[in-house]
Write a protein that binds this ligand. Sequence first.
Ligand code: PLP
Length: 450
Amino acid sequence: TKTEAIASAAVAPDLPAFDYSPPTYMGPTAEEILEKRKEYLSPSLFHLYKNPVNIVEGKRQYLFDDKGRRYVDAFGGIATVCCGHCHPDVVEAIVNQTKRLQHSTVLYLNNAIADFAEALASKLPANLKVVFFTNSGTEANELAIMIARLYTGCHDIISIRNAYHGNAAGTMGATAQSIWKFNVVQSGVHHALNPDPYRGVFGSDGEMYARDVQEIINFGTSGNVAAFLSEAIQGVGGIIELAPGYLPAVYSSIKKAGGLCIADEVQSGFARTGSHFWGFETHGVVPDIVTMAKGIGNGIPLGAVVTTPEIAEVLTRRSYFNTFGGNPVCTAAGLAVLKVIEKEKLQENASVVGSYLKDRLTGLKDKYELIGDVRGRGLMLGVELVTDRELKTPAKAETLHVMDQMKEFGVLVGKGGYYGNVFRITPPLCFSKEDADFLVDAMDLSLSRL
Ligand code: PLP
């Protein structure tokens, strides 16, 4: 069987057919690079290099290490590589633009920037059409928070516990997972109960969690707020789908309190949920500001804030610019990404392959008591491991072990959630059913070996 083939494969398991082998790698070894990493790069997250993999190439949904070994990339550079690694159309757009003009500035006109802004606006509800480019999701959320404060004249921001919004002062304040928080001044930020259907106090009752937001407005603010900021599906937080009914009720409370609703689409945007292009659409709400990054450039540093002309007006009160934000090479990549998503029907693929994968993972849940929950939408899926289904005791060590074992079998998944016991599956949107089968077989075998 395929599972046996995976188990017996010492170096190259029986991966789905893919006609490519990388040229022989002649560079330094993983150990040599690790030494440099240790000496010259930030010590943060160094513990991740327990069994270091030296990735030297990427093609579509596959990564290759220095020994020419292929991995199914089911993490997608943290939900970033949406069209697949080194997609030829994206590469071509980058190369062509690089040859023509690598950098301009906001002082001059350039069509690569304007064309992409127009294309991006066409993917959003009609009035959301003014785009500010940034270099990252953090910058996009910082700017969105600033715009909301300027527009409303209020300071209070409400975000959700277990959220991740970035790592600068304002966004780290809005982030609500202790592992990602340093000693930031969290002025004016309130964290609402997490509407988490699996672990949350009110289960799947979205309206009950929404009452908590209303109470924060009533008792924790002057009655007015600047903004409510949330992901549609929490990514770093462990693929948490907000309880149904939550966002519509919260948006209504926030609007009544004079605030703006900010949708953080850094992970859930760009067709990842399969059913919709944007995550907020899955909740039937329309935000006032949308922030995005990751998938927007297929891995090229790019982010954006999109809002209405009326709200955008606040930035004319002072001079606002960002040296690299909207660099023409990045926006050329962004335009190519939008075209590839459409041309290759990647949203439809995320929907079809995502449901197939979710069904197969749910099948594994019936087989292993250790799997407490399988959730998510499209190609943004989570599998939570618990040692006791009743108590939902996080199976942290087992999660690490299975993840390492899957890596041995040639499958890369991410890990997250407050307890670090959730597999995050966010592959490139060109992921196939064969890749999904391979992933599930590798997970099955890894679980069976615990
Ligand atoms: N918002 C969400 C939902 C994210 O997942 C992330 C990063 O993981 C960010 C914002 C921050 O983006 P960046 O790492 O590009 O600054």
